[in-house]
Each structure stands twice: as structure tokens, then as C-alpha cells.
Design a protein around this ligand. Structure first.
Ligand code: TYD
Ligand code: MG
Length: 475
């Protein structure tokens, strides 16, 4: 009996010591939720079969903790905010004015910038061009690719005419080796393409899993803050969430930029969604051609390039993108529905906003929208999300419904309320100037804005109170 108890006790102690060394966790590959037990359904995001087992050795947890004290557990003392010296905090230019503007005026040292986007949208191309711009000014930059061989990068660089001896390239996925390289090479800027290919051997799961992506980013972040080297991380966004997407990392980085666009269109938009060093919602517009990305300095002219005149259902409105007004063409197509429930296919604008405006048109203008299939699109593959385009949406729908083109050279701006009233909007002056610059001669604006508009000589301004007023003067 005593012997049995002894054996059991020995076994128990053994098990306890094994548990101490190996830490098994189950991580959801969709949202990053972690638990010590396997579950069929993630309690956090509700997805099925997304939890996978990941083992972290005791050593890895320990070595990870070793890195932390240097940065975060130093004995810091509070200091008056005006005594902190920021004189030497200059911003590094990437040579691409559009990119610099989205970053808030250039790259801040020690910052971690995440560039997300669909695979194949042009992230690697953008990074190579930006690095070339930095290298041209005599800075040493390091491009780490986990996806392409150095020969492939060389071929691409040649096409982009971005060859420079200051641009160092390496094909590597082991995060430990990369960080050691950072120490020996001492570049001014580091690019990791992509974070999903980075691998930490201490973690058993495959590259691209939640744990790998999170750990790698954590290590890079600590190094960036310690050494003051700005780092660009490239992250692919996947629709099905099977691979850890950059969304998981948004809170760990300083700046999140999304590179978006329709692969069938040549335009690409770089959008800031989080920026600790500048304004968000700033956009940069690029055009992808045979020799890489070209900056589009006047986006309105591009988006209006094929805008048809005197065509029902087409209207131009001015939307603010960050600090910049952009003229876009909104298109609507209304046709009799053959089903009980009418179809609503909306691209580039918020679907709910359109549904709301259709209800207002139905009620206030007595137009039978429930009998119409409505298709809407913003030309050029742009996405806009701003209340000032409401009147544009309403006008496009009315124009298509009545099959009457709106007046030539007319821009329509205003927010529409549920009672059909047209409400004041912000930045009216710069929107009107942009429209004037693009050769428009008439502008429908909210009546309440009219009084405060500085005089514009070349533009006829028409104040609108309700959507019925708009319907009267549009045609
Ligand atoms: P890439 O930068 O490899 O995309 P990502 O890194 O986001 O996956 O871009 C690939 C696409 O860009 C590819 O479909 C071809 C196109 N492209 C051009 O049109 N011109 C060019 O000069 C380059 C380099 C790429
Ligand atoms: Mg790439």
C-alpha cells in the first residue's frame, strides 16, 4: 500500500514538473482568443473549429520575459511634458509625397507601421519604391522578404528602377536571425515582408498562426522602440480569417495603413486607419502601371476621367478624404423589379445609408422605390463614407428613376435627414474650390451653408433646403 502511494506521488511530481516546462495553449486562428482547453467553437468570435494547439517551451517564455525589463520596467520618473526634448525628432521622407502625407508628414523614428492589404494588391511594390526613395538620400535600408528570393526581388527592383547600393535585401523567416541582423547591419529603416511568414522556432505552430504573428510582432516592436529604427510590417488580409490577419496587430503598432483597390482597376488607395503621429482618414492615390506605382497628384481628375455628360443616373459630388477634397462620380441604375423583394446592389457606399435615403425618397418625393431594383456604384472603385454625399446619392437615384440627366457641369453636396431636409456640411469652401478647379460651374449646397460661404466668382451656388427643392432645380 505504502509502495503504491509512493509510486503515485512520484508520478504526480513528475507530471507537475513536465507541466511547468511545457505550456499548452489553444489559440483561435480567427480572433486570437486563447484557452487552456480545446473547444469546438470559439467563445469569443463564435467560429467553429478554429482553435489549434500550440506549445510553447518554458525556455521561450523565459527568454521572452528577458526582453521586457529593458524597455518597460526601467525606473521611469514623471517629467513635465514641456521639458521633453523633441528637437531631433525629424521625419524621414520616403520620396513618395503621397506616402509621406498618409504617414503624417514622413516616417517617425522608432515607429512600427503596419501595411495591410489583399495579396497581390502591390504592397511589396510600394515598399520597394519607398525604400529606394529613402536609400537614394544616403540612408541604409534593409528589406527582409519571407516570400521571395533575393533574385526575384532583384528582378522586381530592376523593373521599378529602384536599384541602390544602400538598399540591402535578404530572404529570411527566422525572427531571431532577423533581429540579430538588425544589430549587425544597423539599417535606418527595416521592412518585414510579410509578418505572416515570420517564424519563431520556440513556438511550435506554423508561420502565419496567431501565436507566431503576435510573438514576432512583439519582438520586432520591442527592438524598434529600443533601437529607434522605424519598421514597416507588411500583412496580408485574408477574407476567411484562417490565417492571422493584421487586425490582430492593430493595437500593437503605431500606424496602420491599408492598401486597397480593385485588382481590375489600376488605382490603388493607401488609407491611414490608425496613426499615432498624424491624422487618420488621410489617403494617398497611386496608379499601378508597368513600371510600378505612380503617384496621382490630382485624384479628382482621375476619378472623373470617364464621367459621362448628360447621362441619367450619373452625378458628381465632393467628398473629403482626410484634409483633401476629392470629386467622385456616383452612378445609380433604377429599373422595375421582377421579384417580390427589390434588389439592392451597392458598391463603394454604405448599403444601410442608401436604404435609408431610398425610404426618404419614397416618402417625401412619392417615388415608388419598393418597385425598383437599385444598383449603385462609385466610379473608379473608390469607397466613400461621408454624410456629405447623401444629396449626391439621392440625386443619382432620382435622375435614373426619372430617366433624366441632371444639368451639365453641376456638383451636388449636402447631408440628408430623415424628414427630407438638407443639412449643413463641413469644409464647404474647399469642396467648392476643388469643383471650380475641375471646371464645374454650378453647385447645389445646403441652404444653411450658403450664408457662410466666401464669395466664389466662377461658381453659381444654389441653396437647397429639402430634397424636393433639389428635384426641382436638378433637371
Ligand atoms: P505585389 O507588390 O507583389 O503585391 P503584394 O506584395 O501586395 O502581394 O504586386 C503584385 C501585382 O502588381 C501583380 O499583380 C503585378 C502588379 N505589378 C505591376 O502591374 N507593375 C509592376 O511594375 C509591378 C512590380 C507589379
Ligand atoms: Mg508581396
Amino acid at each position: 500500500m505504502l509502495c503504491a502511494t509512493f509510486i503515485y506521488l512520484k508520478y504526480f511530481i513528475q507530471q507537475a514538473s513536465v507541466k511547468k516546462k511545457i505550456n499548452i495553449i489553444f489559440s483561435c486562428q480567427s480572433c486570437g482568443y486563447q484557452t487552456s482547453k480545446w473547444l469546438g467553437k470559439c467563445p469569443d468570435c463564435g467560429k467553429w473549429d478554429t482553435l489549434i494547439e500550440e506549445t510553447r517551451s518554458y525556455q521561450s517564455i523565459n527568454s521572452e520575459n528577458k526582453g521586457l525589463p529593458n524597455l518597460f520596467t526601467q525606473r521611469a520618473q514623471p517629467v513635465p511634458i514641456d521639458s521633453i526634448d523633441i528637437e531631433d525628432q525629424h521625419r524621414l521622407s520616403t520620396g513618395l509625397a503621397e506616402f509621406d502625407r498618409v504617414l503624417g508628414g514622413g516616417l517617425v523614428s522608432g515607429s512600427l507601421v503596419l501595411i495591410g492589404g489583399d495579396p497581390g494588391i502591390g504592397k511589396s511594390t510600394l515598399m520597394l519604391q519607398a525604400l529606394h526613395g529613402i536609400a537614394k538620400n544616403g540612408r541604409k535600408v534593409l528589406y527582409v522578404s519571407g516570400e521571395e528570393s533575393i533574385i526575384q526581388i532583384r528582378i522586381r527592383s530592376k523593373r521599378l528602377s529602384s536599384l541602390s547600393s544602400n538598399l540591402l535585401v535578404v530572404s529570411e523567416i527566422d525572427i531571431g536571425i532577423i533581429l540579430a541582423m538588425l544589430d549587425s547591419v544597423k539599417p535606418d529603416v527595416l521592412v518585414i515582408d510579410s509578418i505572416q511568414t515570420m517564424f519563431n522556432p520556440d513556438i511550435t505552430s506554423a508561420p502565419g498562426s496567431v501565436s507566431q504573428v503576435r510573438e514576432s510582432t512583439m519582438q520586432i516592436m520591442l527592438t524598434a522602440k529600443k533601437t529607434d529604427v522605424p519598421v514597416f510590417l507588411i500583412g496580408h488580409v485574408t477574407k476567411d480569417g484562417a490565417i492571422a490577419g493584421p487586425r490582430l496587430l492593430e493595437h500593437m503598432v503605431d500606424t496602420v495603413l491599408y492598401f486597397e483597390g480593385d485588382r481590375n482597376h489600376v488605382f490603388r488607395i493607401l488609407r491611414a486607419v490608425k496613426n499615432r503621429f498624424g491624422s487618420t482618414n488621410e489617403i494617398g492615390v497611386f496608379e499601378m502601371n508597368d513600371n510600378g506605382l505612380v503617384e496621382v497628384l490630382n485624384p479628382s481628375s482621375v476619378f472623373l476621367a470617364e464621367c459621362p455628360e448628360k447621362t441619367p443616373g450619373s452625378i458628381v459630388t465632393a467628398s473629403m478624404e482626410g484634409s483633401r477634397p476629392i470629386l467622385v462620380e456616383i452612378q445609380a441604375l433604377a429599373g422595375n423589379t421582377s421579384f417580390g423583394t427589390p434588389r439592392r446592389t451597392i458598391l463603394g457606399i454604405d448599403q444601410n445609408r442608401v436604404a435609408l435615403l431610398l425610404a426618404v425618397i419614397e416618402k417625401k418625393l412619392n417615388m415608388h422605390m419598393m418597385g425598383q431594383d437599385i444598383f449603385m456604384n462609385v466610379a473608379g472603385g473608390v469607397k466613400i463614407d461621408e454624410p456629405a454625399i447623401d444629396l449626391g446619392i439621392v440625386s443619382a437615384v432620382i435622375s435614373s428613376f426619372l430617366d433624366r440627366p441632371i444639368l451639365e457641369r453641376t456638383v451636388v453636396i449636402g447631408e440628408v435627414g430623415l424628414t427630407g431636409e438638407v443639412r449643413a456640411i463641413s469644409n464647404i469652401d474647399i469642396r467648392i474650390s476643388e469643383a471650380e478647379k475641375m471646371g464645374f460651374s454650378r453647385c447645389l449646397v445646403p441652404q444653411s451653408n450658403l450664408k457662410r460661404i466666401a464669395v466664389n466668382k466662377g461658381m453659381e451656388l444654389i441653396g437647397i433646403k429639402t430634397i424636393s427643392d433639389a428635384a426641382e432645380v436638378l433637371f
